[in-house]
Design a protein around this ligand. Structure first.
Ligand code: SF4
Length: 402
């Protein structure tokens, strides 16, 4: 069980998320780019300047030759990356492959799938780009939060795209965001049973303590999300784990067995990837957009020494240091070595910065405990790295609800 799209075995070296296009053709209500933070669309160029990639590849080559990087990993994102158009994308990919030469290169792309067609898949296969599609789950009323700009649900169009392109060799899998109003077992059956995707991940919703302040229903939301994830895990572990990879679940099992995590959601202090924006600037991971008042900017423009410059940057070192998380509740938590406070952005508040437990603390504690029990029971592993008690710790609970 090891993710083909983002493998735990590759470890957490610095990777680059390349913003191909700063706009999107849909308007998800939970989107951290446009609806939860500082909407960048007004100030950024629409498309990345082609020459910006030259410096990244020169720097990656230097890292590779110095033995600090095995494979250069570029994830093509947006907005919606396919908005750049096929002509531009072909020029970009040809330039990347040409400049990289014998440099080991892993190219992935995440799209909402609405513009995907056979010609796009031909292009992706020609340049060996693995394509992930973002999908959303319907709630109890059959609605999702992925709406186009006319307010129409995109769900059925994305399902059709997955069905149509899942046999293409460029298709890597599906990423969706968990919903407290959806059924986790049904979600896994959709992905693994109906759509037969080779790989998937279910992201934890992006929120900070500032977003949930004053929400008296937050503990109930956490309980619902935990029910969603535990039923999703049980279905995946019981029927599909041998053949279909899930980034979050694979990493949770790996952590319990003493391995590392390649998922930002759990078991890592910060974000290993940085962003190359369409204006050529370099920033910390853009999930941190939801952290109102936090400055993500590292460099105004990319240089051909960008990898070592980023690694030496105080902000990057700080968020990826083992000192995180610094919340008292996390330091005293019996799953701290596995959880590490969850995803960095989910720990943020304007008042305390990242020195909080995760807003999803209750979910994380419950899910880590649940997976630990499964590992002991099903894999017959008696001595886990650190056995959780299974009881949600009162200290952490009070922080998460604050
Ligand atoms: S207190 Fe909560 S957020 Fe912190 S390590 Fe424990 S489960 Fe994770």
């Amino acid at each position: 069980m090891c993710g083909a799209f983002d493998s735990a075995a590759e470890g957490r070296f610095l990777s680059m998320i390349i913003k191909m296009h700063s706009r999107c053709n849909i308007n998800c209500t939970y989107c951290y780019m446009y609806n939860l933070g500082d909407d960048p669309s007004a100030s950024l160029p629409k498309r990345l300047n082609l020459e910006a990639i030259d410096a990244v590849i020169a720097s990656a080559r230097r890292e590779f030759e110095a033995g600090r990087m095995g494979t250069a990993s570029f994830a093509l994102h947006g907005g919606e990356p396919l908005l750049v158009g096929k002509t531009y994308m072909r020029q970009f990919l040809a330039r990347v492959r040409d400049l990289a030469g014998d440099l080991p290169l892993k190219l992935t792309m995440q799209t909402n799938g609405l513009l995907l067609d056979d010609a796009w898949c031909d292009l992706m296969e020609e340049y060996r780009v693995s394509v992930g599609i973002s999908l959303d789950l319907p709630d109890q009323h059959g609605r999702t939060q992925r709406l186009d700009f006319k307010g129409r649900d995109t769900y059925s169009r994305v399902i059709e795209a997955v069905k149509r392109f899942r046999e293409r060799s460029c298709f890597a899998g599906v990423i969706m965001v968990a919903s407290e109003f959806a059924d986790g077992a049904a979600a896994v059956e959709l992905l693994c049973g109906d759509l037969q995707v080779p790989w998937f991940d279910i992201l934890i919703p992006d929120l900070t303590h500032d977003h949930i302040a004053g929400r008296t229903d937050w503990a109930e939301t956490q309980r619902r999300l935990l029910a969603f994830y535990t039923s999703a895990f049980d279905t995946w572990a019981g029927k599909y784990a041998e053949t279909i990879d899930c980034r979050l679940f694979d990493n949770l099992v790996s952590l319990h067995l003493g391995g590392n995590s390649s998922a930002d959601a759990v078991g890592t202090p910060g974000f290993s990837a940085v962003i190359l924006e369409t204006d050529g600037s370099v920033e910390l991971h853009d999930t941190l957009r939801i952290c109102s008042g936090f400055d993500r900017r590292l460099f105004e423009s990319v240089s051909d020494n960008v990898y070592s410059d980023v690694r030496d940057h105080e902000k990057y070192k700080q968020i990826n240091s083992g000192d995180f998380p610094s919340a008292e509740a996390c330091r005293n938590c019996d799953v701290q070595t596995l959880c590490q406070g969850g995803e960095l952005a989910h720990r943020y508040s304007r008042e305390k910065g990242f020195s909080n437990a995760s807003v999803h603390c209750q979910l994380l504690y419950g899910l880590i405990s649940h997976v630990g029990q499964w590992v002991r029971r099903e894999l017959k592993v008696e001595t886990l790295r650190r056995a959780p008690t299974g009881d949600f710790p009162p200290a952490a609970a009070s922080v998460a609800a604050a």
